[in-house]
Design a binder for this molecule. Structure first.
Ligand code: 26Q
Length: 758
């Protein structure tokens, strides 16, 4: 059995997906008709989607479970049942305003509580030494507080198979819900205080703004769900009569980034303190079962916990980590005698700037495999982020390229294309990504290309209708739909996209429209609540939209829409309708990206840098079918240190004019100060090399215009993007994990009454 621990599972709406997986969409629609409901989409629209994740990492965890189920590999995803997920976004006066996500307010019918499988989790307190019957010294942790985790199970269906996997989300409850003593003594509020503070544990998902990573509650959340999970697994073995020594043969543990990395210490504590294993045996079991996936190269996003906080909350774990560290450093000493710098670099405990526990080091030291998300990212993990560790144990470092599920993102989200694919490459195409290449044989078939184009038009019309009703904007479905949907972050460079719109707008104002094609430019994404520059970028985009959409000179040529509250549900409408996919991050900074894969599958052409998964997308679809621009990660590395954005600006007259217009308050109702922080950042620092890539981005955009004018060529390229995107099916990723990291194979249960895919 495998389990994947992740602090986030962004699972999306369940109904439509489950009907698809079971193959009963038509039956469900028919059943509804008997209740005089003729459009099942009305029902889908009512479903509340759990926002239990920030973005890519949470979405990846969800889709990997779906692929595990589809491939019939027994697995459980373990996470937290947050009461409030990622904040809902509304736009007021161009600004993002956050609203609590009360996804549970109307109840949620998809999970099953398992009260008899609850677990107790401790916090704080002290450790005690005692002697066992054999006279050996043992340590016992005496926590000061306890909480209870109760499992809420969500079935994860595979595509047309006879089994399902399980997502087990822990909800925190008070260990002693009601303090009768306090109540009897008249302290009514004190009587529920413990309850309130324990339940806070699973209350809210933390945003990934990286600013307040030292938050005590987040560390408590991590320990809470990891401890429940490991206890659950040990109980499972006990129930099956399997000894703890066999742990690693029965469970393969995949850490989704370092958020669950405390598992290394907690598993050691359970094995050594509670199951009385010797250290060496416990360590061997821990290392044989745990593997770690890294998701970020940004130093500020690497988790490091203040040592004092750790000591107060998890005193026993801290002692165990010190022991793990001491033994590891001793090995390093033997390998590299006298290299004190190396010891300081690899130690779990960071000594500079206040002592801290580096979770990535803890995970890396224990893991039998450490993987990145795409070739380039894995390379940077190996050569830069964890280079010292990779020199010590090169065999542990590997790559597993991310994927996305073609079920949700193509079969479900794009019904017209689904129909065409079923007809051409077989009913079973969503589970057979190797077959997609057969579509290439239609690349010169005009009838087929027309049908392919009609599918895209259908999706664009549907999105245009949603935009008209929800955002009250009219967009032309025959224009080029140019899409950038993802979390708002400076490294993702939505401001690069926005600035080229200003340049474009100025061209329109100057009457210079040669070669320009009608475009509808769509943005979507949330900014972390504490990330003010990201929020200013949203304000900037909305300022541009307001001006451009109301200027008659731009009519029919440029339309800009900010799709507020972008989430999985809205994504299902956007991906199928996209013509152009904007993947324009600063090279070396986007670990992978997965929206880029969903867009490629849906036949959008990518304009992008050589970053993250873009590199492999371009390799797969061919460089003729990809609009490449920008500096490479290598170029950026060389530029760092002596980059002077103002020198670059000198050579960019069109951009100078755009910045001047911003500064004049043109996009902020005359307010000349509003965008000052953004302007200063670009002119004086430009930490994300927007100016260094600007000219080349414009060049690539005019290539886009040129190809769009030759619609046959565009549609052929679009078809080839879909045909060659099979590599990005998450089934391929999971097969890779299964074979090379977990060493597991499918367990197929044959059907007795039909319906199985096999
Ligand atoms: C950390 C500390 C404190 C509070 C929050 C966090 C936190 C939470 C979530 C840090 C990071 C995240 C999420 C990261 C994430 O989504 N990363 C993305 O993962 C994708 C899937 O592998 C990649 O495609 C993206 O490139 C990567 O940015």
């Amino acid at each position: 059995m495998r389990w994947r621990t992740s602090a986030e599972f962004l699972i999306g709406p369940q109904l439509g997906n489950n009907l698809l997986m079971l193959g009963i969409q038509a039956e469900a629609a028919e059943a509804l008709r008997r209740f005089r409901i003729h459009d099942i989409d009305h029902i889908h629209a009512l479903e509340e989607a759990p926002g239990l994740g920030n973005g890519g990492l949470g979405r990846l965890a969800a889709r990997f479970l779906e692929s595990l189920a589809t491939l019939e590999i027994p697995a459980t995803g373990y996470g937290i049942r947050y009461e409030f997920g990622i904040l809902d976004q509304v736009i007021r006066d161009g600004w993002q305003v956050e609203i609590t996500d009360r996804w549970l307010k109307g109840g949620w019918p998809w999970d099953l509580v398992q009260p008899f499988k609850s677990c107790r989790v401790g916090f704080g307190g002290r450790t005690e030494v005692w002697r066992d019957d054999h006279g050996r010294y043992r340590v016992r942790w005496v926590p000061a507080e306890q909480a209870i985790g109760s499992p809420h199970d969500v079935p994860v269906l595979g595509y047309r198979v006879n089994t399902c996997d399980r997502l087990r989300l822990w909800r925190a409850e008070a260990a002693d819900a009601f303090d009768v003593h306090a109540f009897n003594s008249g302290d009514f509020y004190g009587a529920v205080e413990q309850k309130v503070s324990s339940e806070t544990l699973s209350k809210v998902l933390y945003p990934n703004d990286g600013t307040d990573a030292g938050r005590r509650l987040r560390l408590m959340q991590q320990h809470f769900f990891v401890s429940c999970t490991l206890q659950d697994m040990l109980r499972n073995l006990r129930k099956r009569g399997i000894g703890v020594q066999e742990f690693a043969t029965h469970w393969a543990v995949q850490l989704n980034d370092t958020h669950p990395a405390i598992a290394v210490a907690e598993l050691m504590r359970l094995l050594v303190d509670e199951h009385h294993l010797e250290w060496d045996q416990a360590w061997e079991i821990t290392c044989r079962s745990i593997a770690y996936t890294n998701h970020t190269l940004l130093p500020e996003a690497l988790e490091a916990w203040d040592l004092g906080l750790f000591a107060t909350l998890l005193p026993r774990h801290l002692a165990l980590i010190h022991e793990i560290n001491a033994r590891f450093l001793q090995q390093v000493r033997m390998r590299a005698p006298g290299d004190e710098d190396l010891l300081a670099r690899v130690s779990i405990v960071a000594e500079q700037g206040g002592k801290a526990i580096r979770m990535a080091h803890l995970a890396t030291i224990a893991a039998h495999h450490v993987n990145g998300l795409v070739a380039l990212h894995s390379e940077l993990v190996r050569k830069e982020l964890l280079a010292d560790f990779a020199r010590l144990h090169p065999e542990r470092f590997t790559n597993v390229t991310n994927g996305v599920t073609p079920r949700r993102w193509l079969a479900l989200a794009n019904p017209a294309l689904n129909g065409l694919l079923r007809e051409t490459i077989g009913e079973d195409w969503p589970a057979r990504e190797q077959e997609w290449r057969r579509l290439e044989s239609f690349r010169s078939d005009p009838v087929f290309l027309d049908r392919r184009e009609a599918c895209k038009q259908d999706a664009k019309r549907r999105l245009a209708a949603i935009i008209a009703s929800r955002w009250e904007q009219v967009v032309d479905p025959t224009s080029l739909f140019d899409v950038q949907v993802k979390r708002i972050h400076e490294y993702k460079r939505q401001h690069l996209n926005a600035l080229r719109l200003v340049v474009q707008y100025l061209r329109l104002k100057h009457g210079d429209t040669t070669g320009m094609v009608p475009r509808t430019v769509l943005f979507g994404g949330k900014a972390a609540p504490g990330y003010s520059m990201a929020k200013l970028i949203i304000r900037f985009i909305n300022g541009i939209a307001e001006v451009v959409n109301n200027d008659p000179d731009a009519e029919g040529l440029l339309n800009v829409v900010f799709l507020s509250d972008y989430n999985v549900k809205l994504g299902e409408k956007v991906y199928p309708a996209a013509d152009l996919s904007e993947q324009i991050s600063t090279a070396g900074l986007e670990a992978s990206g997965t929206g880029n894969m969903k867009l490629t599958m849906n036949g959008a052409l990518t304009i992008g840098t050589l970053d993250g998964a873009n590199v492999e997308i371009r390799e797969q679809v061919g460089d003729d079918n990809f609009f490449l621009f920008g500096k490479t990660s290598e170029d950026i590395r060389h530029l760092r240190g002596h980059y002077r954005s103002w020198d670059w600006l000198e050579r960019l007259p069109a951009l100078q004019e755009a910045l001047a217009l911003m500064e004049a308050g043109h996009f902020s109702n005359g307010d000349r100060e509003l965008f000052r922080p953004l302007l200063d950042q670009l002119r004086c620092q430009d930490a994300f090399f927007v100016l260094a890539d600007f000219d080349d981005y414009l060049r690539a955009q005019s290539m886009v215009d040129e190809v769009w004018l030759d619609r046959r060529r565009w549609t052929t390229m679009s078809l080839l993007n879909t045909a060659r995107s099979g590599y990005f099916s998450s089934d391929r990723s999971i097969r890779h994990y299964a074979a090379s990291i977990w060493k597991v194979s499918p367990l197929s249960l044959s059907m007795t009454n039909g319906g199985s895919r096999a």
